[in-house]
Design a protein around this ligand. Structure first.
Ligand code: ADP
Length: 674
């Protein structure tokens, strides 16, 4: 694990997580539906209000129309009645007056002047013959009487019979113009002596009697039951449903006055109001929709957060690595369950604690505090550090701690996050493996010694035999009785040399099989090689192997001398064994060392059998051997020793071997301790 920056969200403690109620989405749907319902109801209420207002207005308009119509009808009636009365008065006065014609003309002229809607006033005799007419040129009175519609004749007859004023039915003349005629009988001594007639063109009647303001608002028509139009007056074009019909009596005869209202009150404001209400409602709906969308998204985010939180909590609970967060002052702000079970303290016992922590081992308080300061200074080792912690029950355990910066959501450095591994068990296993390896090395050395025992015994035999013979010579000299000290001294000196030689052999064997802890101390590789050569000298002689050595002056290296000796001895003996089948002349073993940059490179080169491709991969595996009595642990031990010294060991073919085969075992050793 390398140090990384950890953000808050990755270690969000449970207490920090948002508490989200369950079933909130259903409640949310309800909450969202309520305002919508409210708005729909409000809209309905507003539209109903507007409809009511509109209806009231229409009612008002209708009653205003009726009022106006009644007024007009009354106006027309008043006007026609007025004319009628004037004519009645004239008829009375004309009953027995000698100068009747003059009177007729005078009054008729006066009436025509006052009532421009009268087309003509006629004086008829009982036979419907025109006695006089005003204006004379206006209508061919004879035409009316001669060719006029039968309706006038009918009215005349009725007026004569009843002796009462009578209106004719409307009739058309001059193309499409409609007229009505009013007849008033002239009595003289209770006998009808003539008839006064007034002809009204209906369009002129309307034109004169309907005021201008009325036509600004209404269309006035005179129609009959069959909807046949006789006259009309309007200033407005178009259609409207708002109309009112009232009998037009006088003149009666089924005539109707129809008034159509075009008065459209200026309802722009109302329309604007409706449009505004609809727009506002649409706006509210739209914003509600947006809110609904937002709420939906929020609810989804909450759902995701909940799932994420559950996932993180599950992850936290199942983590076997202890996690501990501290603020910039070193106060604990979070611990995960794994850390709690590792230390035996509960989260509440640890959170908010400042140094010294309850899990610090009291005997290492100073070191731990120093490390704590190093972490707070941001100088903790990137690849972690080992430290001894204490469980709640007082038990110590080895922890491997990796520290990283704690970065919050805004990218701010808020503290330190540590992942802690309990490595006590691992350490114990490693120690056990190390002890086993050591034991194996020791055993291997014993085995090597065992294998070399006979050669060494032979080697030891030589100085001992020499000592014995020098001793016999001395005794003989002393026995002759004339030996001087000068005669004996050289022999004694040689005995001393031989004894030293024997002692050296024994010391070497003793050193080699001595059991000791591996320790690295400055040692000279040249001396190690020399010692090894002393060991294998006899064996090399026995195997007829020449050993060449090329060792330049070398600086001391930090190494365990005994271990290096074991490596060299193994490689030299393997090389010698590999050359057993070779002609004696080619049995050459070369040991060379070169210093390169920061390391020494040591080659043990033989001209032996070489390594077959199938053996090459297994060469350094424990218990691989091609020898009938071999154990196959030599090279695997050599490699672990070299790696213990932070070096590398490998095998290459010897390209310069005169036999065409041969191997170079090469290993490196760093000059500086790392
Ligand atoms: P052992 O010597 O007991 O067999 P080692 O681990 O020292 O165990 O060697 C393993 C095997 O490697 C040997 O059996 C041999 O086949 C091969 N080997 C080692 N050194 C040499 C060498 N110099 N030349 C050829 N083969 C070698």
């Amino acid at each position: 694990m390398t140090r990384t920056e950890i953000t808050w969200c990755t270690i969000l403690p449970m207490s920090v997580a948002l508490p989200i109620p369950s079933g909130s989405s259903r409640r949310l749907r309800w909450l969202l539906a309520l305002p919508k319902l409210g708005i729909v109801l409000l809209l309905v209420a507003l539209l109903s209000l507007l409809w009511l207002l509109h209806r009231n207005e229409a009612e008002e308009e209708r009653s205003a129309l009726i009022k106006d119509v009644l007024w007009l009808e009354q106006n027309l009636r008043f006007h026609l009645n007025g004319n009628e009365e004037q004519l009645q008065q004239l008829a009375l006065e004309m009953a027995d007056l000698p100068g009747r014609q003059k009177l007729f003309r005078l009054r008729a002229e006066h009436m025509l002047k006052n009532s421009p809607d009268i087309a003509q006033i006629l004086w008829l005799d009982t036979k419907r013959q025109v006695l006089d007419a005003l204006p004379t040129s206006h209508l061919p009175e004879s035409d009316i009487e001669a060719f006029g519609p039968p309706v006038t004749a009918k009215a005349f007859e009725l007026a004569s019979r009843l002796g009462n004023r009578q209106y004719s039915e409307p009739f058309f003349l001059e193309g499409n113009r409609a007229f009505v005629e009013m007849l008033v009988p002239i009595f003289s001594e209770r006998r009808i002596t003539g008839m006064l007639a007034v002809i009204y063109p209906l369009d002129t009647l309307l034109a004169n009697q309907v005021p201008w303001w009325f036509t600004e608002k209404y269309k006035v028509e005179i129609i009959d039951d069959n909807d046949l139009q006789y006259a009309t007056k309007t200033r407005i074009l178009g259609n409207s449903d708002l109309r009112y019909e009232i009998p037009f009596d006088p003149p009666g005869s089924g005539l109707l006055l129809r008034i159509t209202s075009y008065h459209s009150p200026d309802n722009t404001l109302q329309r604007l109001l409706i449009a505004a209400i609809l727009m506002l409602a649409a706006g509210v709906f739209w914003s509600l929709w947006l809110v609904r969308d937002l709420m939906k998204k929020r609810s989804q985010a909450e759902e995701a957060l909940r799932a994420e939180h559950a996932f993180r909590a599950a992850m936290e609970d199942s983590l076997t690595v202890g996690m501990r967060a501290r603020d910039l002052q070193g106060r604990v702000i979070y611990v995960n369950p794994a850390f709690c079970s590792m230390t035996g303290f509960s989260a509440t016992e640890l959170v908010d604690k400042a140094p010294p922590m309850p899990y610090w081992a009291p005997e290492q308080l100073e070191e731990t505090y120093a490390m704590h300061q190093t972490v707070l200074a941001g100088e903790a080792p990137l690849d972690g550090f080992e430290i001894t912690f204490m469980r709640k029950n007082g038990e110590r355990f080895q922890a491997l701690v990796y520290e990283a910066k704690l970065i919050d959501g805004n990218g701010k450095h808020t503290g330190w996050m540590a992942s802690i591994l309990d490595i006590t068990e691992r350490k114990r296993t490693e120690e056990l493996a190390r002890q086993q390896q050591e034991q194996l090395q020791f055993t291997s050395r014993l085995v090597t010694m065992g294998e070399m025992a006979s050669t060494l015994a032979h080697e030891l035999n030589q100085p001992l035999a020499a000592i014995a013979s020098y001793n016999t010579g001395c005794l003989n000299l002393l026995g002759s009785g004339n030996a001087t000290p000068q005669d004996i001294q050289p022999a004694l000196e040689k005995i001393g040399v031989q004894a030293q030689r024997a002692g050296k052999i024994i010391r070497r064997v003793h050193d080699f099989v001595r059991k000791s802890e591996p320790k690295r101390a400055p040692c000279l590789l040249g001396e190690v090689i020399e010692d090894c050569l002393g060991f294998v000298e006899a064996e090399a002689r026995k195997r007829h192997v020449r050993i060449e050595c090329e060792i330049p002056p070398l600086p001391p290296i930090p190494a365990d001398r005994l271990m290096l000796e074991q490596v060299l001895l193994n490689l030299i003996r393997n090389g010698m064994e590999a050359m057993t089948g070779m002609p004696e002349a080619y049995r050459l073993l070369r040991i060379s060392v070169i210093a390169d940059n920061n390391e020494l490179i040591l080659d043990v080169t033989d001209c032996g059998s070489g390594i077959s491709p199938e053996s090459r991969d297994k060469l350094f595996t424990a218990f691989f051997t091609t020898k009938p009595d071999g154990m196959g642990i030599g090279l695997s031990i050599c490699r672990s020793i070299v790696e213990f010294h932070r070096g590398r060991l490998w095998a290459e073919d010897n390209p310069n071997s005169p036999t065409g085969s041969g191997t170079i075992f090469r290993f490196t050793l760093p000059l500086e301790a790392t």
